[in-house]
Design a protein around this ligand. Structure first.
Ligand code: FAD
Length: 384
């Protein structure tokens, strides 16, 4: 059985069948929809270029029973408790994803996680509409991009000193700050929102900000509340080992809800990105079927914002930042994070896909780099 009918859930079903599992499979999803992809929600859907992002997967042909509109409520001894009664299982994949964090206050606020969220938000975009985006993270930047293109007056309020500061740290994120002004967006850094109230935002430092529409883009938390009281280890996500096995026998976890042990980075990672939802299920399915597989990726994600393709690979915590090219002057640039012994821990590329591809391989290989050459963007990364 697979709980959570998002990308990680569908990929789990596919991986189980691809590995020859012939038993019955039920895919349970809380949303009323068939599985769909989320990255286009803040891009093509908000831009009005697409209305549907359904995942191309023939569940019927795979003989999978899809039960939409059914939520899991708890787990015990081989039984999944759901809103539609108890369902016994022999093996279980947890793929319940993540849910957006909401702001305090009585005013209307939007979040962007589901196709319904995206269509509701898009319907409000119109020239002159005042949109306040709280949070200059990945979602905030992409929503601001789309809203501005629709002619909205956009203010982005960010508590940190730079955009993307939570994801990348203040130094890396600050190079993206000029993009907001260039797009005609009012970016307010170091400003904390106290609450969302009728008519707009109340700011923690005093004062208010009037808005017709408020979007909370302040991050997500793993969707694991339903496991409270079930005897499974949960700590900022479902705790999983390097095989994606959880603390309960016969139960694996994948995607945004899983906090797995990374052999490569010697730490527990919970990565809320598409590539993890796409690839982790291969390993989870193998584990469930008794094979010895390890999930040990170099995490990867991308974001499309302000007409830039931003890509990241690796894990930068504890590593030092080295600039490759001059982000304040060059049209395209790359930031590298290096370990104490000059190995590439992570990199962020802006419109430099070749750097990304080569850098990801270098992170994987663990080879040492000549730092002087790394800073020279005319030298291919693979030759550093
Ligand atoms: P989800 O997609 O969240 O699916 C989990 C499913 O489980 C949901 O349908 C949920 O309703 C269901 N569920 C939850 N609880 C229960 C329960 N108790 N019982 C039954 N069902 C339950 N990543 C990138 O790398 N690049 C991008 O550009 C990018 N853009 C994004 C844009 C948006 C707007 C969003 C929201 C995400 C974006 N991501 C991006 C992240 C990426 O989409 C996620 O990492 C990916 O969707 C995670 O897949 P998942 O299957 O683990 O979780």
């Amino acid at each position: 059985m697979v709980v959570g009918a998002g990308l990680a859930g569908v990929r789990s079903v596919e991986a189980l069948r691809a590995r020859g599992y012939q038993g019955s499979i039920t895919l349970i999803g809380e949303e009323p929809h068939r599985p769909y992809d989320r990255p286009p929600l803040s891009k093509a859907v908000l831009l009005g270029e697409s209305d549907s992002t359904k995942v191309e997967s023939d569940l019927d042909a795979m003989n999978v029973t899809l039960r939409t509109g059914v939520a899991a409520k708890g787990l015990r001894d081989g039984v999944l408790e759901t809103t539609e009664g108890e369902i016994p299982y022999d093996g279980l994949v947890l793929a319940t994803g993540a849910v957006p964090v909401r702001l305090r206050g009585e005013g209307d606020q939007h979040v962007l996680r589901t196709i319904d969220d995206a269509l509701a938000l898009r319907a409000l975009f119109a020239p002159g509409v005042r949109l306040a985006v709280v949070g200059a993270g990945w979602i905030g930047a992409e929503v601001a991009t789309a809203a501005r293109r629709a002619g909205c007056e956009v203010v982005v309020v960010e508590a940190g000193d730079s955009p993307l500061s939570v994801a990348l740290g203040p130094e890396a994120g600050r190079y993206t700050a000029p993009w907001y002004a260039e797009a005609g967006i009012d970016l307010r850094l170091g400003e904390r929102v106290a609450s969302v109230d009728p008519g707009g935002l109340t700011l923690a430092g005093g004062g208010t900000l009037e808005a017709d529409v408020v979007l909370a883009g302040v991050g997500v938390r793993p969707s694991v509340d339903w496991l409270t009281g079930s005897e499974i280890a949960v700590e900022d996500g479902v705790v999983a080992d390097e095989h994606l096995a959880t603390s309960l026998p016969g139960v694996v976890a994948v995607g945004d809800c899983a906090a797995w042990w990374s052999r490569r980075f010697a730490t527990r990672l919970r990565v809320e990105h598409w590539d993890t939802a796409l690839n982790a299920p291969e390993v989870a399915a193998a584990t469930l079927l008794g094979e010895n597989a390890v999930y040990d990726p170099v995490p990867y994600f991308w974001s499309e914002q302000f007409r830039h393709m931003v890509q990241y690979a690796g894990y930068h915590v504890g590593a030092r930042l080295v600039r490759r090219g001059d982000p304040e002057r060059d049209a395209t640039w790359t930031l590298c994070w290096l370990t104490d012994d000059d190995r590439l821990a992570a990199l962020l590329t802006v419109d430099r896909p070749r750097d990304l591809v080569q850098g990801r391989r270098i992170v994987e290989s663990g080879q040492r780099l000549d730092v002087r050459r790394v800073t020279d963007s005319s030298v291919a990364l693979r030759d550093c």
